[in-house]
Design a protein around this ligand. Structure first.
Ligand code: NAD
Length: 429
C-alpha cells in the first residue's frame, strides 16, 4: 500500500483505524483505475507541508496550558489551499492529514480552483470559556501567519468551530498584516464579508445530492425516512432542509444521545430545543431516546452520518438497513464496511461529493470578497446547486462508463484532474 512517509506514526490501539491509510487506499484504487504513473501517485500521497505549532494559553484560573495546533497543506496544484479547522479531542496529525487530502479531491471533483488543507487542535471546546477559545484561536493563527492568506491557504469552519472563530481568525490575520483581509477565511459572519447561504451550505448540498440520488431511483424526498447522526452545523441544516422538502426525519443523534419518532421529528422544534439546551437534544419531548449505535442501524431509507469518522465499521455494517447512505461527515465509513455495503448494493454517496456544498459556498464567498460584489442568498444557492448537480451527474456517468462504484468514480474524477494538472505543470525544479 502507498503511504505518507512524511507523517510520524501515532501509537495505534488494536481498534485504531488510521484515517490517512484509508484515504491513501482510495487514492491507490483510483490510481490503478486511471493507470497513473507511480511517481505522480507518490507525490499525491504526501502532503506538501505539515505544520505543528505550540499554543500556550492562559486559562481563566491563571494556569498556563500548552496545546498543539496542526495545519496540513496537501496540494496546491490547482490553486490556494482550502480547508476547515477542527476543534475536537480526537484531532491528530494523521487525521488532519487525511482530511487535507480529502479536500484536494473534493475541490477538484467540484471544479473549484483550490487545493486541500485541514487544521485542528485536540481540545473539547465545551471545556473552555469563550475568552479562552478566543485566546487559543488568535495564538494559533498568529503562529500560522506566514502559512495562510487569501492567495495561499484559506481556513474555514469544521467540527467545533463556526463563524465566531472565523471572525477572530480574520481579525488576527488582518491586525498582523496591518489592513483588513476578509479573503483569508471563509464561513465568516455577514458583517465582515461572509456569504449569504454559507451556514446552511453543507447541509443544503447533502439534501441536493440525496434528492438527485432518489430521483435516479424514481423516487422523491416526499415521505422518505431519514436518520441523521450529528445535529451540529451540517446535520441540523440537512435535517431542516430535508424536513422542509417533505422527508420524514425519524431520528437524530448527538454525542450525548439521540431521539426517534416513527412519524417524523418536528425539526424546527428540535432545533429550538437544542438551542435552549446547550446543543443537547436528549429529553426532546416529541420522541423517544435512542443511542447513537441504535440510530445507525434503524430501519430507514436514507442514513446520513454527519458527525465523526469511522462510524460504520465491520462491527455494525451488517445491521445497517438504509438503502442510501449520504456521507455528510468526512470518512464516516471504514474501508471494510464500504466494501460490504458496495457488495450489498447499498448506494453510498461519498463524502467528497455529498458534503461539498460547504466548500462550494466558501469558494463563492471568496469570489464575492475578491470582486467586492455580494450576492443575495437565492443567487448563492442557485450557483451552488448548479455545481453540486453537475458534479453528481459526472460521478454517475463515470460510474456507469467504467462500471465502478460511486466512491471510486468520484475519486477517479478528483484525483485524475489533479494528476493531469501535475503532469501539465511538471515537477519543480
Ligand atoms: P459540529 O461540531 O457543528 O457538529 C458535530 C455534531 O456531531 C454535533 O451534533 C455533535 O454532538 C455530534 N457528535 C460528536 N461526537 C459524536 C458521536 N460520538 N456520536 C454522534 N454524534 C456525535 O460539526 P460539523 O461542522 O457539523 O461537522 C460534522 C462533520 O461534517 C465533520 O465530519 C466535518 O468534517 C464534516 N463537514 C463539515 C463541513 C462544514 O461546513 N461545517 C463541511 C464539510 C464536511
Amino acid at each position: 500500500m502507498i503511504s505518507t512517509s512524511l507523517l510520524p506514526l501515532e501509537s495505534p490501539t488494536p481498534a485504531y483505524i488510521c484515517p490517512i491509510d484509508q484515504v491513501c487506499s482510495y487514492l491507490e484504487a483510483a490510481a490503478r483505475e486511471l493507470k497513473l504513473d507511480q511517481g505522480i501517485v507518490e507525490v499525491l500521497s504526501n502532503p506538501r507541508k505539515v505544520v505543528t505549532v505550540s499554543i500556550p494559553v492562559k486559562r481563566d484560573n491563571g494556569e498556563v496550558q500548552v496545546l498543539a495546533g496542526h495545519r496540513v497543506q496537501h496540494c496546491d496544484i490547482l490553486g490556494p489551499y482550502k480547508g476547515g479547522i477542527r476543534y475536537h479531542p480526537a484531532v491528530t496529525l494523521r487525521e488532519v492529514s487525511a482530511l487535507a487530502m480529502l479536500m484536494t479531491w473534493k475541490c477538484s471533483l467540484l471544479g473549484i480552483p483550490y487545493g486541500g488543507a485541514k487544521g485542528g487542535i485536540a481540545i473539547d471546546p465545551k471545556r473552555y470559556s469563550v475568552g479562552e477559545l478566543e485566546r487559543i484561536t488568535r495564538r494559533y493563527i498568529s503562529e500560522l501567519i506566514k502559512d495562510i492568506g487569501p492567495a495561499v491557504d484559506i481556513p474555514a469552519p469544521d467540527m467545533g468551530t463556526s463563524a465566531r472563530e472565523m471572525a477572530w481568525m480574520m481579525d488576527t490575520y488582518s491586525m498582523n498584516v496591518g489592513h483588513a483581509v476578509p479573503g483569508v477565511v471563509t464561513g465568516k459572519p455577514l458583517s465582515i464579508g461572509g456569504s449569504r447561504g454559507r451556514e446552511m451550505a453543507t447541509g443544503r448540498g447533502v439534501m441536493i445530492i440525496v434528492r438527485e440520488a432518489l430521483a435516479d431511483l424514481g423516487k422523491s424526498l416526499e415521505g422518505v425516512r431519514v436518520a441523521i447522526q450529528g445535529f451540529g452545523n451540517v446535520g441540523s441544516a440537512a435535517a431542516l432542509l430535508l424536513h422542509q422538502e417533505g422527508a420524514k426525519v425519524i431520528a437524530v443523534s448527538t454525542g450525548s444521545g439521540g431521539v426517534f419518532a416513527e412519524v417524523g421529528l418536528d425539526i424546527p422544534a428540535l432545533k429550538a430545543y437544542a438551542a435552549a439546551n446547550h446543543k443537547s437534544i436528549v429529553g426532546f419531548p416529541q420522541g423517544v431516546s435512542i443511542s447513537n449505535d441504535q440510530l445507525l442501524t434503524l430501519p430507514c431509507d436514507v442514513l446520513i452520518p454527519a458527525a465523526l469518522e469511522n462510524q460504520i465499521t465491520e462491527e455494525n455494517v451488517n445491521q445497517v438497513q438504509a438503502q442510501i447512505i449520504a456521507e455528510a461527515a468526512n470518512g464516516p465509513i471504514t474501508l471494510e464496511a464500504n466494501l460490504a455495503l458496495e457488495a450489498r448494493g447499498v448506494t453510498v454517496l461519498p463524502d467528497i461529493l455529498a458534503n461539498a456544498g460547504g466548500v462550494v459556498v466558501s469558494y463563492l464567498e471568496w469570489v464575492q470578497g475578491l470582486s467586492y460584489v455580494f450576492w443575495d442568498e437565492e443567487r448563492v444557492n442557485r450557483e451552488m446547486e448548479q455545481l453540486m448537480v453537475q458534479a453528481y451527474r459526472q460521478v454517475i456517468q463515470q460510474s456507469q462508463m467504467r462500471q465502478i462504484p460511486l466512491r471510486l468514480a468520484a475519486y477517479t474524477l478528483g484525483v485524475g484532474r489533479v494528476a493531469q494538472a501535475l503532469s501539465d505543470r511538471g515537477l519543480y525544479p
